[in-house]
Ligand binder design. Structure first.
Ligand code: ADP
Ligand code: ADP
Length: 218
């Protein structure tokens, strides 16, 4: 469960996010739709504790990220521009993350298989294609088997097969009862992926609605 309440973040004179409030419920994929620059990444970074709000709160399971005892086990995120050390293998990266996050090492092999990187486990991340890097990011997000997952523009730059794979993965994670929030600037993509939509214009909430309601024709 994610709760965003009165969330506000300013960079100088610009409000990247302004008094934003919404909830993300478990069991469905919720799309976070808005044009580029509308504050989606900033919101997700605040949910993940990577940015501090100027006002308001972004809560995961009722707590701000810094107060989660084992964050990796509660929330995972595929965020934009999260760099992996290029000289480390996928396996090394995930093993270090598991150790620091209180997660069993046995999960490393499991998540590498889930994302289709078992064969590439001992390749350096620096040699990975964009699609493989995305898969490594998703493996990291899934490592702690968290109930809450965030995906920031996950299909950007992927080939159609990669796009379908991520879409199906998000739907199956939601079907398992997890809370899934995925951002996109593409209405067409959201229509294929999400059952619920949180729509923002620059910094502000425009709509919080089910896709069925939006497209209702009887
Ligand atoms: P989106 O993810 O919807 O594309 P962002 O959250 O990345 O939007 O950006 C929202 C606004 O905040 C934009 O105007 C962007 O330029 C600005 N912004 C985001 N991060 C920073 C930063 N670190 N410094 C200054 N401005 C930023
Ligand atoms: P640092 O913040 O110093 O990089 P962390 O152990 O917090 O160290 O994270 C290391 C890397 O692991 C991050 O850069 C990120 O790539 C990944 N990571 C950490 N926490 C998560 C998470 N909850 N979901 C997905 N990836 C994560």
């Amino acid at each position: 469960m994610i709760s965003v309440r009165g969330l506000t973040k300013r960079y100088g004179a610009t409000a990247a996010v302004e008094d934003l409030s919404f909830d993300v419920a478990p069991g469905t994929v919720t799309g976070f739709l808005g044009p580029n620059g509308s504050g989606k990444s900033t919101t997700m970074r605040m949910i993940m504790g990577l940015d501090t709000p100027d006002a308001g709160r972004a809560l995961v399971n009722g707590r701000p990220y810094p107060e989660l005892a084992w964050p990796l086990r509660e929330v995972g995120a595929l965020l934009e521009a999260r760099a992996y050390h290029p000289g480390r293998t996928a396996h090394q990266h995930l093993t270090a993350l598991a150790a620091g996050g209180g997660v069993s090492r046995a999960r490393v092999g499991e998540v590498l298989r889930t994302v289709g990187l078992a064969e590439a486990a001992h390749q350096r991340a620096g040699t990975f294609s964009l699609g493989m890097s995305q898969r490594l990011g998703i493996a990291a997000a899934l490592l702690g088997d968290p109930g809450v997952l965030l995906f920031d523009e996950p299909v950007n730059g992927l080939d159609p097969e990669g796009v379908r794979w991520i879409r199906d993965l998000m739907k199956s994670l939601a079907a398992e009862g997890r809370t899934v929030l995925v951002s996109s600037h593409l209405i067409s993509e959201m229509a294929l992926t999400a059952e619920h939509l949180v729509v923002i214009g620059p910094g502000r909430l425009l709509a919080d609605t089910s896709v069925a309601e939006l497209t209702a024709d009887g």
